[in-house]
Design a protein around this ligand. Structure first.
Ligand code: AHG
Length: 352
């Protein structure tokens, strides 16, 4: 007998009914995100066909050259949030400051969204998977337009987070803190359909993902873990595989399903790592934890880190529980020789 297809919209509505106090605003916001994702997907898929590829002359706030599709994706999500009326403000990787919606309906909305509209965009020209990452918080300021304080909350305060991967098929994966569910876009009906219910990540994995090119810049602890992955081959039935796409959504999605660890550590050149807390590390950490994995900055849980600025970065290690625990054990050597003061500084910078 054929299984009934459950669309994203249907699923969101069903889940809303599980919470008697739910007002429907979060559900509506998630559906708006799903709709915007379909439009981005359409553009990503025809990127090779139209004059939308190539760089613009602009640089984003981090001094990186912006691809046209980055701007398209950013504008699309902004329009969608602005017209949704369920979002009071947005922080985007592409914009230096938050965008506050202060019309009568939006300014009293309960939620704010942090988004990386097109992560991994340097991969677009070569047909490698890219993604969108989003994170939703309940605003903490009480009345009137939002402020940056509504965004500078710990990741553990997220009410929902997710990603869309534009790959060999397009998937939307999200959590509201009650497990993780994945939906695949069926292009014939234009709907995201539930394809991966209750995703759980294996406790152990076969894959480690890191940019080996920076190896000599990594800390001793990170090098020790890489050596463990390389050298433990003989004691394992199958060697570890190194897989690194350079597109965080794609790397983490693969590891989430198959089991593995994703790492973007600090290095001499990037003392805080590369990935942004608000719209990269936190949402992916929320998903990985909800799927049964672990996500740390080194010593501590990513979701405990309270950012002090919008585009702040942090080191990232996340994935299968046992692999992250082993990594953490290896990192102990980085901290063993630190003074109490240095450790206290790390603790305070990591919101512990
Ligand atoms: P970008 O959006 O500029 O392509 O950056 C992608 C991010 C992230 O998705 C990925 O994991 C990481 O940067 C890769 O960085 P490296 O090239 O330094 O390894």
């Amino acid at each position: 007998m054929k299984k009934k297809v459950i669309t994203l919209d249907e699923f969101i509505i069903r889940r809303q009914a599980d919470f008697s106090y739910a007002s429907g605003e979060l559900s509506a916001l998630l559906r708006d995100l799903g709709f915007a994702a379909k439009i981005i997907n359409r553009e990503v898929n025809k990127a090779g066909l139209v004059d939308i590829l190539g760089t613009t002359e602009n640089e984003n706030v981090h001094g990186e050259t912006v691809k046209k599709l980055d701007i398209f994706a950013n504008d699309q999500f902004m329009d969608s949030f602005r017209s949704s009326k369920h979002c009071a403000a947005v922080a985007s990787e592409e914009l230096e400051d938050i965008v506050v919606f202060d019309d009568d309906r939006s300014k009293n909305a309960k939620y704010v969204v942090a988004i990386d509209p097109l992560d991994g965009s340097s991969n677009i020209d070569v047909n490698v998977s890219v993604g969108t990452i989003f994170s939703i918080y309940r605003r903490i300021t009480e009345n009137g337009p939002c402020t940056i304080d509504d965004f500078l909350q710990k990741g553990s305060e997220q009410v929902a987070a997710g990603y869309i991967i534009y790959g060999s098929s397009t998937m939307l994966v999200y959590t509201t803190g009650h497990g993780v569910n994945g939906f695949t876009l069926d292009p014939s009906i234009g709907e995201f359909c539930l394809s991966h219910p209750n995703i759980t990540t294996p406790d152990d994995g076969e894959i480690y993902s890191i940019n080996h090119g920076y190896r000599w810049n990594f800390s001793d602890g990170v090098k020790k873990y890489i050596d463990h992955c390389i050298n433990s081959d003989r004691s394992r039935p199958k060697p570890y595989s190194m897989r690194y796409i350079g597109s965080m959504v794609a790397d983490i999605h693969r590891n989430l399903i198959k089991g593995g660890i994703f790492m973007y550590p600090t290095s001499n050149d990037s003392p805080n790592g590369k990935l942004r807390i608000l719209y990269e590390s936190n949402p992916m950490a929320f998903i990985v934890e909800q799927a049964g994995g672990k996500a740390i900055t080194g010593l501590y849980r990513i979701l405990n880190y309270k950012p002090e600025s919008l585009h702040q970065r942090c080191p990232v290690f996340m994935g299968s529980k046992n692999m992250v625990e082993k990594l953490r054990e290896c990192l102990e050597i980085d901290y063993a020789e630190m003074s109490e003061d240095q450790l206290a500084q790390i603790k305070s910078s990591q919101g512990v």
